[in-house]
Each structure stands twice: as C-alpha cells, then as structure tokens.
Design a protein around this ligand. Structure first.
Ligand SMILES: NC(=O)c1ccc[n+]([C@@H]2O[C@H](COP(=O)([O-])OP(=O)(O)OC[C@H]3O[C@@H](n4cnc5c(N)ncnc54)[C@H](OP(=O)(O)O)[C@@H]3O)[C@@H](O)[C@H]2O)c1
Length: 333
C-alpha cells in the first residue's frame, strides 16, 4: 500500500461543517482486522444526508463517509480473509460510526465484510449498493406471504418511489421472482424505463397522495414502500387479505396516518425492513441471489460513474429529488 491516498473527509468545528477530498496518511484509518483497497462505492439517500451536514448520524469527526464499498483485501490479520479476496461491505454503520467507502483504502472489522459472490463483479455490487440490497430484502419479505399461506402465489405487487435506488431494484427483483409489478412514480416520463425494468403498470404518484380510506378495494398481494406518508397509508388500505407491506423508507416523510382496520379485518402485515443491522449470514444470502434477480445490462443504462470530487458537486441533487441516474463512485477515477 502506498502511504498516501485520497478520501473525502468530513469535519465539524463549532457550527462549521466541511467536506473535501484530502490526501491522507494510512495512520488516519482506525483499527480493524482487514485493510481493503477500495474499487467502488455508491450514493444512497443516507450518504447524501451525511455529506450535507452529517445527518445527525456522525458522532465523531473527522470522518470518511460512504456507507458501502467493494474492493480487494490488501492485508488481513484474520484467517477468514486473505490478500486478494474480493469483498463487499454494506450496513454495520460503516461511513457513520466507522470510516467508510469514499476513500481509496479502508480498514474494517471482519464482521462487516462478506466475500463477493463469484457471479457478480465489484462494480456490479456497487451498482446495487445498500439500495439494491434493501430492495431485495423487501422483495423476499413480500414473497414470504407464500410460505405463510402454504404456497398461495404472490402475484400483484406495488412498488412506491419506483424510479429511486431502492424502488427500481425492487421492481426488477419482484418481476424476476414472477410477480406482476405496478410501479408508483412521480416521474411519469420514466414509464418506459420502468417497463424495461419489469413493471407492467405505471401509477402516477398523485393517485396515492390523497387521505387514505379506512379500507379501499384490495388490489395488492404485497407492497414495497420506500416513501412513507399518505402513499404508504393508501397502499396499506389497498392491500388484499394477508398481504405483506414491506416498509423501508421515508422519502416523503416520517408520518404514517393509518388505522387498525386493514390489520384486523384483512390480516395485512406491515413488515419493517432495515438493512443496517443484518447478520453476515443474511448478507451472504441476499448478495448471493443478486446474479439471479438483476439484469445488469439494463441497470447499466441508468448508471452514472463519478469520482470523489464530482460526487461532492452532485450529491445535493439527490436530496432535491433531481437525480435520475444511480450514482456509482469510482474512488480511483
Ligand atoms: N431501511 C433501510 O435499511 C433503508 C435502506 C436504503 C434506503 N432506505 C430509505 O429508502 C428510501 C429510498 O431510498 P433511495 O436510495 O431509493 O432514494 P432515492 O433514490 O432518492 O429514491 C426515492 C424515490 O422516492 C420518490 N420520492 C421522492 N420524494 C418523494 C416525495 N416527496 N413523495 C413521494 N415520493 C417521493 C422518488 O421516486 P418517484 O419519482 O419514482 O416517485 C424518488 O426517486 C429513503 O427514505 C432511504 O432513506 C432505507
């Protein structure tokens, strides 16, 4: 390893918050079992909040942000990993409590790392990142209805925030799993793209923004919701008997104005999904399924690759809902 490398460093002194690409020394990296030469990271909503002002998630400065990364082991003090292993890191509060992926090197604990499945590349892993990982967690949560109902098929599913990082992968994964996907979007101009991902119907977000009824016509066997608020409340009241609503996001807000009626009259299940505190075993399972569920050729069309300096210029667009590409970060660009 060269002694010096590039990373985005966040700092706070009093009210003054700063973010810049710095050349730093490897002594900057704190203790961990494994030194990784990073190849790729990505941009998630959480990353954008952290880059803006720490997002109340960073407790100690200076901090290298970036909640996901992929790369190659350079040095290892543990027998589970050896030099040359290709790895993926997501969740475990890397980029928040620990230095993260917007850097050419990271030092991490062995518990945070999984070996990259052979059938995907380090680049493909970060084309998905936490967003894609969460989407597939949600897709399996929705499909769990089939086990609960002893094989009754999950057919009609709804995905909200469908052009987003989580939503778009949920559309693709659920369609690959054999579901008929209806995609809710505020960007009707992206309908063709959503159809290419596998959506059969496109629903204008406005249709789900009104005050929810106590119980609406049951339409969905399952829902993946990334936005919260009235859209989630409407999705719950439109869910069929025993349907599972996997809620993972709050892109439209934290409030949820619903009632007990869909839960007690229809047995609807609201299934919260968290991608951060996930066992290594489940991470290995989800990443191992990606090659079966994702068509990377289609996904590639929506990817924009940036280096660390360009990332600092474009991240605010994500917070303003103005990004129509998934951002892949090539830390060596
Ligand atoms: N639980 C977890 O572990 C976990 C993991 C990853 C992400 N998340 C959360 O999941 C959510 C989505 O993340 P992401 O990375 O997909 O973000 P993203 O790429 O910014 O996508 C969010 C999408 O939501 C829709 N949207 C945005 N503002 C909205 C509004 N005011 N009302 C209704 N819809 C709106 C937009 O899609 P359309 O224009 O197509 O409607 C947008 O593309 C975020 O809240 C994020 O924090 C949670």
């Amino acid at each position: 390893m060269s002694e010096k490398f590039k990373a985005i460093v966040l700092n706070q002194s009093g009210d003054k918050f700063s973010r810049e690409v710095q050349t730093i020394d490897k002594s900057f990296l704190k203790d961990g079992d494994i030194l990784v030469k990073i190849e790729y990271s990505d941009l998630n909503f959480k990353d954008a909040m952290i880059l803006k002002n720490g997002g109340k998630l960073i407790k100690e400065y200076p901090r290298i942000p970036g909640i996901d990364f992929s790369g190659t082991v350079e040095e290892s003090n543990v027998s589970d990993f050896k030099k040359g292993d290709q790895i993926i890191v997501n969740g475990s509060r890397v980029g928040e409590l620990y230095h993260g992926g917007y850097s050419q090197y990271a030092r991490v604990k062995k518990e945070f790392i999984i070996k990259k499945p052979e059938k995907i590349t380090t680049k493909q892993a970060m084309m998905l990142g936490t967003g894609g990982f969460t989407a597939v967690l949600c897709a399996f949560a929705v499909k769990a209805r089939e086990d609960l109902l002893l094989g009754e098929k999950v057919n009609e599913v709804l995905v909200t925030g469908s052009t987003g990082g989580v939503g778009s992968i949920a559309v693709m994964a659920l369609s690959k799993l054999g579901c008929k996907v209806s995609a809710v979007t505020g960007k009707m101009s992206h309908s063709e793209y959503l159809k290419e991902l596998g959506a059969e119907n496109i629903i204008d977000r406005k249709e789900l923004e009104a005050e929810p009824k106590l119980l609406d016509k049951g339409k969905w066997d399952g829902v993946v919701d990334t936005v919260g608020g009235n859209i989630l409340a409407n999705a719950i009241s439109q869910t069929k008997h025993s349907g599972i609503v996997a809620a993972c996001g709050n892109a439209s807000g934290n409030k949820l104005n619903t009632s007990v009626i869909p839960f007690i009259l229809r047995g609807v299940k609201l299934w919260g999904v968290d991608s951060v505190a996930i066992s290594k075993k489940r991470k290995e399972f989800i990443w191992g399924e990606m090659s079966k569920l994702i068509d990377f050729k289609i996904l590639e069309k929506s990817i924009k690759t940036v280096g660390l300096s360009e990332l600092l210029k474009i991240f605010p667009n994500m917070l303003e809902g103005k990004l129509s590409n998934k951002i892949l970060v090539d830390v060596n660009k």
